[in-house]
Design a protein around this ligand. Structure first.
Ligand code: DGL
Length: 282
């Protein structure tokens, strides 16, 4: 380990497979880093769940990640970030980065008209986290939101194109346009939606910027590592571990279908032991 470096891993949490969109951007930008990813597939989706349940599940899951000797934690899940970021920070001895603020940065950088919109899960929309973060970044912006509850199940079923997903996106965007016809920037505020980017882009039209938080989250993580003098020193030979609270085969099947085959063997994390660790956080 050279001076100013830290070879401990970066923990990445998501409710399931969707956070692999964030993990792949992190790996692209930070090839010297070691990553350990946990998907809470046993209890996904988080989007329709009440806030306190999402908070409890997130705290249990990140307790496992914090036990893996990480130097930094990334909540790749928008819903978990929206409901649990401050609670996780309260329990973590290492810095915790969510995806909402980086998403807000992406929006403020892209808009010209000052009218922006966020599509996300029902939970994220209800939390108002994006509206707050965007207003904090630029109080002059007008923010419309739209929950898209049908999209995560469609993506997880492998429907990245076709009539059903086209119609679902079109319906949601119709409501969004009705709420604010001047929107020039659309933020995909859910891990799964970047997989539907071509449909969102086609339906919004070329004049609308369609952005997500994966890139800006990776940039924010890189900045933080630099500020902390905590970069990994592997010389481009970083590594990744992937774990799930759900069935390993199902995770591998969905992840491979959605993201290709670039995955290490997936580890199983027993949900029972995970809840026990969280209940007794010594
Ligand atoms: N990871 C969630 C998010 O980004 C989407 C999937 C879920 O509802 O759990 O909001």
């Amino acid at each position: 380990m050279s001076r100013g470096s830290d070879d401990r891993a970066i923990g990445v949490f998501d409710s399931g497979v969707g956070g692999l969109t964030v993990l792949s951007e992190l790996r692209r930008r930070l090839p010297d880093e070691r990553f350990v990813y946990l998907g809470d597939n046993a209890r996904t989706p988080y989007g329709p769940r009440p806030a306190d349940e999402v908070r409890a599940f997130t705290l249990e899951s990140v307790a496992w990640l914090l036990g893996q000797d990480v130097k930094l934690l990334v909540l790749a899940c928008n819903t978990a970030t929206a409901h649990a970021l401050s609670a996780v920070r309260g329990r973590s001895a290492v810095p915790v980065m969510g995806v909402v603020r980086p998403g807000a940065v992406a929006v403020t950088a892209a808009t010209r008209t000052g009218h922006v919109a966020v599509v996300a899960t029902a939970g994220t929309v209800a939390s108002g986290a994006y509206v707050d973060a965007i207003s904090e970044a630029d109080p002059t912006l007008t923010v419309a939101q739209q929950a898209c509850p049908d999209l995560v199940p469609l993506v997880e079923a492998g429907e990245l194109e076709g009539r059903r997903v086209e119609e679902a996106v079109a319906g949601y965007l119709r409501e969004l346009r009705a709420a604010d016809p001047e929107v020039d920037t659309l933020l995909l505020g859910c891990t799964h939606y970047p997989l539907l980017r071509p449909i969102f882009q086609a339906r919004m039209g070329a004049a609308v910027a369609v952005v997500d938080s994966a890139f800006t989250t990776a940039v924010a993580v890189e900045d933080l590592l630099d500020a902390l003098l905590a970069r990994g020193s592997a010389g481009g030979r970083g590594s990744v571990r992937v774990a799930t609270t759900g069935p390993v085969e199902a995770f591998e099947r969905v992840a491979t279908r959605l993201f290709g085959t670039d995955l290490p063997p997936v580890e199983a994390v027993d949900l029972g032991s995970l809840t026990a660790v969280a209940a007794d956080p010594r």
